[in-house]
Design a protein around this ligand. Structure first.
Ligand code: DGL
Length: 269
């Protein structure tokens, strides 16, 4: 491995939710350094237009490239839906999104081909998950549902609150009636609502979360391109936000699974 490539992996999201993907990467690739950028000044991306989200994604991509990263993971589903193709076309390093890995995991989890997809309004409107699933399984029966109230519920910490239960039932009853066998949690925040989602759908439905699958794909890409850090390398994890670090420090630990000691601030745009 020629001593390995010590450059960091860039990971970004509209805010904190992508830390769940960051965590999966840290678990899967403990020798790799990470630079996580959360666009907390401009979150949420879900309701914004494709052009706006694409512009934000390109700004962040250039910023991370300037920080010297060797690959970028777009941990945000909405930014993947609207910005991945542009980033891949423009950047000289590998760029991975969360939608292809999520689609692969969904097809594997639902041999019947009845797959539900939930995400932000932007992700669902883009049809990106449907396209990715159909590429793997042309006969799949896909039922999609935008769940715009899920993100604020998670940000508020109301993940098992009665309000979350009511909202989940409202959004998910049609999917349950369609008899989906697997549900893609196509948004960074939704894995935190697994309890109420399970209650609304019943325990027979498999919940698919793309974080682990994305980390596996990253490992494959790094290996293929000879970009892996040396085994036993000292990994550094930097966290950067575009606005007030207090919320990042407070909520970030919940998403990451352990405390965050320092958040740098960097304004873009
Ligand atoms: N990170 C976004 C996603 O995965 C959810 C939050 C937002 O709307 O910005 O789609």
């Amino acid at each position: 491995m020629n001593g390995g490539d010590p450059r960091a992996i860039g990971v970004f999201d509209s805010g904190l939710g992508g830390l769940t993907v960051g965590r999966a990467i840290m678990d899967r690739l403990p020798d790799e350094s990470l630079i996580y950028f959360g666009d907390t000044a401009r979150v949420p991306y879900g309701p914004k237009s494709p052009d706006t989200v694409r512009r934000y994604s390109r700004e962040i991509g250039q910023f991370l490239l300037g920080e010297g990263v060797k690959a970028i993971v777009v941990a945000c589903n909405t930014a993947t839906a609207h910005g991945l193709a542009a980033l891949r076309a423009e950047l000289p390093i590998p760029v991975l999104g969360v939608i292809e890995p999520g689609a692969r995991a969904a097809v594997a989890a639902a041999p019947s081909g009845r797959i539900g997809v939930v995400g932000t309004a932007g992700t669902i409107r883009s049809g990106a998950y449907e396209r990715a699933i159909r590429e793997l399984s042309p006969e799949a029966k896909i039922v999609s549902q935008a769940c715009p109230l899920f993100v604020p519920l998670v940000e508020e910490g109301w993940t098992t609150h009665e309000a979350a239960r009511i909202v989940a039932r409202e959004y998910l009853t049609p999917l349950q009636e369609e008899g989906v066998d697997a549900l893609v949690l196509g948004c960074t925040h939704y894995p935190h609502l697994k309890t109420v989602i399970r209650e609304a759908l019943g325990s027979g439905v498999r919940l698919v979360d793309s974080a682990v699958e994305t980390a596996d794909e990253l490992a494959r890409v790094l290996d293929q391109r000879g970009l892996r850090a040396a085994s036993g390398a000292e990994a550094r994890h930097r966290f950067i936000a575009s606005d007030d670090p207090r919320q990042f420090l407070r909520l970030g630990a919940r998403f990451l699974g352990h405390p965050i000691e320092n958040v740098e601030i960097r304004t873009l745009g």
